[in-house]
Design a binder for this molecule. Structure first.
Ligand code: FES
Length: 153
């Protein structure tokens, strides 16, 4: 399996690792098929702009790299724009991901959505993230990947 230089960089030197003390929103999601877990905390300003984001990911290299780049991509973004980040956007930003690893980026994008909705709920506001598949304990992200080779795991 070949990873881009950017994936390897974010895997070896992940950005924004940790937990924000007093975070405004927290999201945690898991991937039942591989057992990987991602937790993200965000700080949001009065204009619904994400000021800071940190993550902890217990998972594969692609999950760590995608979590890392998502925390970079969302800083300075409005909540409504941040939750639109797709797994394809994340993969493109990393210079591509092997097809068998595309589902790993769902951890980061879904974790972010949970964190955003958590922030909004604490403010008594409606959620904006729509369906969050990873929040369903029976969701298997591998079923979304059409082409993968079992040897890639
Ligand atoms: S997220 Fe579990 S294999 Fe990548």
């Amino acid at each position: 399996m070949i990873y881009s230089d950017k994936v390897m960089d974010h895997f070896n030197n992940p950005r924004n690792v940790g937990v924000i003390e007093g975070a405004d929103g927290v999201g945690e999601v898991g991937n039942i098929s591989c057992g990987d877990i991602m937790k993200i905390s965000i700080k949001v300003d009065d204009n619904d702009v994400i000021e800071d984001a940190k993550f902890q990911t217990l998972g594969c290299g692609a999950a760590i790299a995608t979590s890392s780049i998502v925390t970079e991509l969302i800083k300075g973004k409005k909540l409504e724009d941040a939750v639109k980040l797709s797994k394809q956007d994340v993969a493109d930003e990393l210079g591509g991901l092997p097809s068998a690893k595309m589902h790993c980026s769902v951890l980061a994008t879904d974790g972010l959505k949970v964190a955003v909705d958590d922030y909004l709920a604490k403010q008594g506001r409606e959620p904006i993230s729509g369906e969050i598949k990873s929040a369903d304990p029976n969701f298997d992200p591998h079923e979304e990947d059409d082409h993968h080779d079992k040897d890639d795991y």
